[in-house]
Write a new protein. Sequence first.
Length: 328
Amino acid sequence: MITYWSFKETIPIGGEIMQRREFLTLAGAAALGGCRGLCPFGCDASLKKYDDTLRDHCWMWGHDSGFYDGTGKASVYNIPLSDPISMPDACAYMGIPNVCAVTWNPPESDEYLEPFRKMKRVSWVACGGNNTFETLEANCWRLREKLPNLMGFDLDDYFTYQPKPELFDTGRGVVKVAPSKIGHAKLLDFRRRIDERAAGKIDLRMVIYADYLADTYAPALAVPDTVLFWTWTGKNLARLRENFARYRALAPGKDTLLGIYMWDFGGKKPLDMDFMRKQLDVAHELYMKREINGFIFHCTPLVNKKPALEAVEYARGWIAEHADDRRG
């Protein structure tokens, strides 16, 4: 389902101009099949159609080894160094069938890509990092020709989180939009290109953090098919339910994957296990109530530490325990 933001009129409320919104929905086109015979998870069904089990709704956020763990700039979060592990191998260890691949430099080797063909679903980063949006988008379209299970383009670090909003002319008035790396006009153009080239077959997905939930984010959140909702700092997980409710007020009915951090990136330390248990308890509750569509566990460089990270092992056990859970 593709959702667009449109503006019917402006309404003065409490001295401020708010934009009344309506959501126009367009049904997707024929579903994408693919990679028969390659996937251990059995991906001969539509890639955008999940089965009834909780496991099938699990994704993992993927980085190459050394991105967060290592020396120099990579050590900023205090994550211990370990032997390299590929994104697909890390997903297999966790029992997760789907991966969001985040590589700022387009992969050139088919040998590098081959393990991704064995995943059930793959998404690839289209925004963020030091490379240009145009370069990352072109890479996504190129990879679509190489990976039959590629079904999502991810806008990571899309927002710049500056206080001064972008003023965007809708043609029916000017609206305030949270500033972003590419700007709202380019976002709408990207949405149109996806609809024209891959209607119903590619999910456009956007990252948002619980720390940033002002009204100005709503216009952008309405454009992608799916939002990826994250809590960066461990202590803020104490307010996960409240923050998610604030997000829902901005994006009612939007397909949403809940990000599950397994390291406290904001605190630059191992995630407190009380917070780890709380976020998975809340995540399970939201999932069973159909308030979220699934989960993204962050991230692949964390899964092969020696000694193993407690939060990673807890998440692995939680996935195994709830893998066959079905919603009524």
